[in-house]
Ligand binder design. Sequence first.
Ligand SMILES: [Zn+2]
Ligand SMILES: [Zn+2]
Length: 258
Amino acid sequence: MIASIYTLSSGSSGNCTYIRCGDTEFLIDAGISRREIAKKLSALGTSLQAIRAIFVTHEHSDHIKGIPMVAKYDKIPIFAHKLTLSFLKEVDPSLQHPIKHPDTITLGDVSVTAFATPHDSLASCGYVITYQGKRFGYATDLGRPTDTAVDALVGCQAVILEANYDKDMLRYGSYPPFLKERIRGNYGHLDNEVAAKFAAFLAKTGTERVLLAHLSDENNTPETAYRTVSEYLQKEKLSLSLAVAARHEISELVTLEC
Ligand SMILES: [Zn+2]
Ligand SMILES: [Zn+2]
């Protein structure tokens, strides 16, 4: 059976990830319009009708923007923390499935486990997908790599990992001081250097592929994120297949036979 994972959109303007494990298809987050999701799914040879669930990380609009319309027209069950669901009041209650962090949901022969992440939202999580003995991780919007996040991602074959900002670009950039503090705080976002160390740790523990994601429009560039992480991996003599998720285009994390 084939497992494939693609980001459809990644970054502060909207996040949405498509996962297919055998016959089971689902999304993590829907922070872009329903129309955009439908267009991208069609480019991947599938459609919203095939999507069995949407797992939501947290309530920030770049993660939930498209959910009300998708729930309304496509009747897709939404799995999220009850505090996250409180931001999705327009979603029909019969489609709302509250989950805890941690919690494991089974969809066919796939398990999806939520793990708590430190972020300035009411509740925030990443996800680990387990299919045919293989594990895949999703971790964006976290202020620091907590033990919980590290433990969850250890042993994942492939990981979507946040590399939100370059420290100097943020320091000398145009954001107001309070926002800079928020981003680099313990409940903000991961910078490229921390992502590099995290990726190195994952490489040492068996991860083969990392897709850097949720890059800031203002305080990062794909080249800077890629360079910072790949140079660190080289310095540590670690090999890993590394790529950067495009902001508005489809990017592949992995496609493999399970
Ligand atoms: Zn967020
Ligand atoms: Zn975000």
